[in-house]
Design a protein around this ligand. Sequence first.
Ligand SMILES: Cc1ncc(COP(=O)(O)O)c(C=O)c1O
Length: 374
Amino acid sequence: MPLFDVYPLYDITPVRAKGVHVYDKNRKKYLDLYGGHAVISIGHQHPVYNRRLKKQISRIGFYSNAIQNPLQTQLADEIEVQSGCDGYQLFMCSSGAEANENALKLASFYTGKSKIVAFKNAFHGRTSAAVAATDTPKIIAPLNAQQEVVFLEFGDEEGLEKTLRKEDVCTVIIEAIQGVGGLDMPTQKFMKRIEKLCIEHKACLIADEVQSGFGRSGKFFAFQHYDITPNIISMAKGMGNGFPVGGILVHPKIKPWHGMLGTTFGGNHLACQASLAVLEVLKKKNLITHAATLGDAFMTRAKNIHGVKNVKGRGLMLGLEFDFEVGELRKKLIYEHRIFTGGSSNKNLLRILPPLTIQQKHLSQFFDALQKSL
Ligand SMILES: Cc1ncc(COP(=O)(O)O)c(C=O)c1O
């Protein structure tokens, strides 16, 4: 049976990984500066991760959300401590799109309204409302297009105010650092304006932290670079270091009722252990500060490279913009220099999303390879 061919693939077959490296079936070693779409946060095969998952699977791997699972409470408490999001409530699911789908649904339940405000170049996932709020028309099927979504430019305060004044908006959903869209960021002033208008017009502010959360930006959440308080925060990717875990943090003023949200797989024992392992290593190894420090060093070095037009992002969520499309450059980096990097919907932008355990020497290896490839 053929696979449903939706992915353009590199001709590389990884069979093993360790730390910041991936090894293919011919034993070739690759430096992973992409973390499999920003997923690998504490490094491949981290001993704490492996130990926790192995121990858990030997006891109980899964049961549905019809029983007590103290691991979920433990995880919620640890996220609260590390993120500083006091009083928020955790709902767990299994992917980024599912997290956003639940966030959007919750905003609609809470406000009794249905229109969404999202931003140009946003990416929120591929499920019904999440994909409708994604600014990529070719992945929006007619079924998804039934949702009412207004896309605004970052900084369009007037458009935002005009839209919210109609009083039919349930949510403004925003990535504090755009991922797939190409690392653009709103200004502090615009973020504050969004927050204020959401309060005035009774709309929920959703921070999509699926890619930027769990330390990648140099703070636990990227919205924490701004002085705002979202009503709902969506998470996934780095939360499980490869195990499919997602979730939303819900502001204390939003109250749940039984049956409001639900999932079969979300929050299972293995998923909780994967995420607890991530949090344990983030704390023990001080990886969030490390991400901020290495990100700053990367930016300083990148700005001095001839040919780099613009350096974007924060922490270890970075983009290098050129005045040409980077497809060939990525191929050179992967096949000639054995370095994984990422692309984005901005075709001129190379994305760098390494495990947060990356060291300066690995970044130097990348810059040497980049200079040889340009
Ligand atoms: C910001 C953001 N939100 C949501 C998603 C969707 O996550 P998933 O692919 O796990 O459904 C992504 C995936 O790239 C993302 O970057």
